[in-house]
Ligand binder design. Structure first.
Ligand code: 13P
Ligand code: SF4
Length: 354
């Protein structure tokens, strides 16, 4: 029963002591995130995972985050995802076979040759470990929403073109902010022959964007920003870079979950914000900053929910912890060694540039 969860989680945690560390992404619900030892965006949590000495890492987030923690962990550490159904629809939009087919087509078109300037694959953290390994093996790297620009600069210092996986919006927003015009970006659709892009357009492109998106952030629309401008003069609009380009163009600031929080923290009393990101974070910020005289609302009417993040419940947390107390590891996330090796290379490149 719900009312017993807090006590059961606290008891199990006390029994495990420093053997266990809880990592919580900003989109987790209140009843879960309040138990986290570390909270953060994907970048901050991957750093925490790489630095902790706890034997068990309980990841209150989604599958790709737990996989990343396992890739960065020491061999004696184990990573647990309290509910294995906590996936990410965006990460699922790039499947390794499709990405290999895409690369083969680009190779046949001569785009991977150094003579034609070269091509670097760059994947958003929100992707399977196999995609990260694919990038690592081909001289590429991983980025998060907080270091995408640095990763683009790293790649452009080594090649003329980037294949960006799997979020077309983060890729487009980042490239555009660096001064790359929209005409030099193409979208590769894995369900069409040759990605649905003509050879001429491919040759002229600087950035090839995989046709993936976040179903949560894609629900924020330019008209939501227009309405805030009309009805709430003086209110600032901050959005996550997984939002559409048209929304990001109209916003006052664009940033990762950590950056969104910092923007509000640093603003003077009396400021107000419409935020385009997941509703649990927005609601928590609204509650936290109201007593400090700052108003926070969601950018749309209803609020966008990441249903997979929401799958992690106090019940799952209690179940995973109590099994650990009994000496059983449940829902372990373990990346295969060959995949681990190359995905670690891609992640290390990211950690070096950040
Ligand atoms: P952040 O890295 O900004 O926390 O974003 C992760 C994510 O999944 C957003 O949808
Ligand atoms: Fe994936 Fe979107 Fe949920 Fe982030 S908000 S975990 S990108 S589905």
């Amino acid at each position: 029963p719900d009312h017993t969860m807090d006590a059961r989680i606290a008891t199990a945690r006390a029994a495990l002591g420093t053997d266990v560390v809880l990592l919580g992404h900003h989109y987790q619900r209140d009843e879960v995130i309040r138990f986290a030892d570390y909270t953060g965006d994907s970048y901050k949590l991957s750093k925490a995972a790489a630095e902790t000495n706890a034997k068990y890492m309980l990841f209150c987030g989604v599958h790709f985050m737990a996989e990343t923690a396992d890739i960065l962990a020491q061999p004696w550490q184990q990573v647990i995802l309290p509910d294995l159904n906590a996936g990410c629809s965006m990460a699922d939009m790039a499947e390794i076979g499709q990405v290999e087919d895409c690369w083969d087509s680009l190779e046949r078109a001569g785009l991977t040759d150094e003579a034609s300037g070269g091509l670097i694959p760059l994947t958003y953290m929100n992707s399977a470990a196999s995609i990260k390994a694919f990038c690592g093996e081909r001289g590429g790297l991983v980025c998060t929403s907080s270091n995408a620009r640095g990763a683009f600069e790293w790649a452009f210092a080594r090649a003329g073109k980037i294949l960006f996986l799997p979020d077309q919006h983060l890729g487009r927003n980042t490239a555009f902010a660096m001064g790359i015009p929209r005409e030099q970006m193409v979208v590769w659709d894995p369900y069409q022959i040759n990605g649905g892009v003509s050879p001429d357009r491919l040759k002229a492109a600087k950035v090839i964007l995989w046709k993936g998106h976040c179903s949560v952030h894609q629900r924020f629309l330019p008209e939501h920003v227009d309405r805030v401008r009309r009805e709430e003069p003086g209110m600032q609009v901050i959005v996550h870079p997984e939002c559409r380009w048209e929304v990001c163009q109209k916003a006052d600031a664009v940033g990762s979950t950590e950056r969104i929080i910092k923007c509000i923290e640093d603003a003077p009393e009396g400021s107000s914000f419409a935020v385009g990101t997941e509703i649990h974070l927005v609601n928590r910020l609204a509650k936290r900053f109201a007593p400090l005289g700052k108003r926070v609302i969601t950018l749309d009417d209803a609020g966008c929910l990441c249903t997979t993040m929401y799958r992690i419940s106090p019940q799952h947390l209690a179940w995973a912890l109590e099994n650990l107390v009994e000496g059983r590891v449940v829902n372990r996330i373990k990346v295969e060694d060959d995949v681990k090796q190359w995905s670690r290379v891609a992640l290390d490149r990211m950690l070096e540039i950040s």
